[in-house]
Design a protein around this ligand. Structure first.
Ligand SMILES: CC(C)(COP(=O)(O)OP(=O)(O)OC[C@H]1O[C@@H](n2cnc3c(N)ncnc32)[C@H](O)[C@@H]1OP(=O)(O)O)[C@@H](O)C(=O)NCCC(=O)NCCS
Length: 401
């Protein structure tokens, strides 16, 4: 028996919910004018609230998007955001009840995975989320960063005014495309929620190559001065950087590293992005941190397995055990040609958290087996599973939500 009820928000309950989330995240209270600006982009649909009488004491929301999976396809995905519980009601099962209601709802909508970014790494494993992509924080020292002679030259870079950026960026992001596992489609809701402010607070630079615009970066001064060498100048944060090809990526980095009065450029990038290797002194590019970026919870195992591509190896049967979404439980035969349900004996057994860690290619089945997160029923299945799930690119989302 609980002393709260979980239900979808009705119209008119958004502001109280937003204020409650403000308490959970320690955000300042909104003025009426600020709420006016946000209200239209904070729709009630897909927002679950936990209610004690009329008072909202917890919330969890999501929006529909598409997630790129290995091999080039994308699957319908729920991007989860706005999870919070009022500070005087935490540790009493409110988030658990919200998460369970939300996962069932997203599965009923036909979404294949739920995807989120976690404020703390201790929260979501219990709901079946696993770390699906990690990122590295880079710091490049501009005084030592010289590109090698054999590095791509890149094209031209131009700055946009905020109005032009609002106009151009959605189409440019679509044009660049979901070329890396882990990327998500940026829906209208995404562009209207939070992003207008982001554009206004950053400088937008667009890269053009032989086929036109093919990359962009939003950047701003990270600190007025670099902390360890104030005389070196400003540190720039490259907050949102996307490039359709290596030429565009290098062109944008050449631009960022060449901006006057800048001592360092800081960015959060895919693990395999090779910027250091393009420099005469690779140590000018320092990895300052490596941490979880996105978490994935599978909602529809058959659809998820069928959507992604596999490497060359002998087929493997995995047994999937799902304590929450029972329809997922069962055995699946995975081969280079795809995946299907089977009655054959399983070589490996795993649950949703391990699935989330290997689905986009971030972690190998053998590592998860060594850690006890994948159970090995037939040792021959493990090296084959490693080759099947291996991906040429490391996963990376690159979109804040
Ligand atoms: C994170 C948060 C939503 C959890 O809500 P909650 O209602 O306290 O969670 P629950 O009571 O359902 O917790 C379920 C379990 O997770 C554990 N847990 C929850 N939050 C945790 C945290 N931040 N760190 C460690 N364990 C946590 C609880 O101890 C409990 O464990 P148990 O099942 O072994 O007893 C809430 O603490 C919060 O609003 N935090 C601030 C905002 C935030 O970080 N939101 C998440 C954004 S991604």
């Amino acid at each position: 028996m609980t002393d709260f009820e979980i239900r979808l928000l009705s119209e008119g309950e958004q502001r109280a919910t937003h204020e409650m989330l403000g308490r959970a995240f320690h955000d300042p209270r909104l003025t009426d004018e600020e709420w006016e600006r946000l209200a239209s982009a904070f729709p009630a649909d897909r927002k679950f609230g936990a209610f004690d009488g009329d008072a909202v004491i917890g919330a969890a929301s999501s929006f529909g998007t598409e997630l790129a999976v290995p091999g080039g396809k994308a699957v319908p995905a729920a991007a989860v955001d706005g999870v919070g519980v009022r500070p005087d009601r935490t540790r009493r099962g409110v988030a658990t009840a919200l998460m369970h209601a939300q996962l069932r709802d997203c599965a009923d909508r036909g979404e294949v995975v739920a995807y989120l970014r976690a404020s703390e790494a201790t929260i979501y494993g219990r709901f079946g989320y696993g770390v699906s992509a990690r990122w590295k924080s880079l710091r490049i020292d501009t005084s030592h960063a010289r590109f090698r002679d054999d590095a791509p030259a890149g094209g031209t870079v131009r700055l946009l005014e905020p109005d032009e950026a609002h106009e151009l960026l959605p189409a440019l992001y679509d044009r660049i495309g979901l070329h890396r596992p882990g990327m998500i489609a940026r829906t209208e809701r995404w562009w209207s929620w939070g992003h207008p402010r982001m554009i206004d607070e950053h400088v937008t630079a667009v890269h053009s190559g032989p086929d036109g615009d093919d990359g962009f970066v939003l950047y701003k001064p990270h600190d007025r001065r670099t902390l360890d060498r104030p005389e070196a100048g400003v540190a720039l944060l490259a907050a949102d950087l996307h490039a359709a090809n290596l030429g565009a990526l290098v062109g944008l980095w050449r631009f960022l590293l060449g901006v006057d009065l800048v001592g360092q450029v800081v960015a959060y990038r895919p693990l395999d992005e090779p910027i250091g290797l393009l420099l005469t002194d690779p140590r000018a590019c320092e990895v300052t941190r490596l941490e979880d970026n996105t978490w994935l919870r599978v909602l529809d195992v058959p659809a998820a397995l069928a959507a992604r591509a596999y490497g060359q190896a002998a087929p493997v049967v995995i047994e999937f055990v799902d304590p929450l979404l029972a329809a997922n439980s069962g055995r699946y035969r995975i081969s280079p040609d795809g995946a299907e349900r089977t009655g054959a004996p399983a070589g490996l057994r795993l649950g949703p958290e391990a699935f989330g860690m290997l689905y986009l290619g971030d972690r190998a089945p053998s590592l998860l087996a060594a850690l006890g997160r994948v159970e090995v029923l037939n040792p021959a299945a493990l090296p084959a599973a490693d080759r099947l799930f291996e991906t040429p690119l490391t996963p990376h989302c690159g979109t804040r939500f």
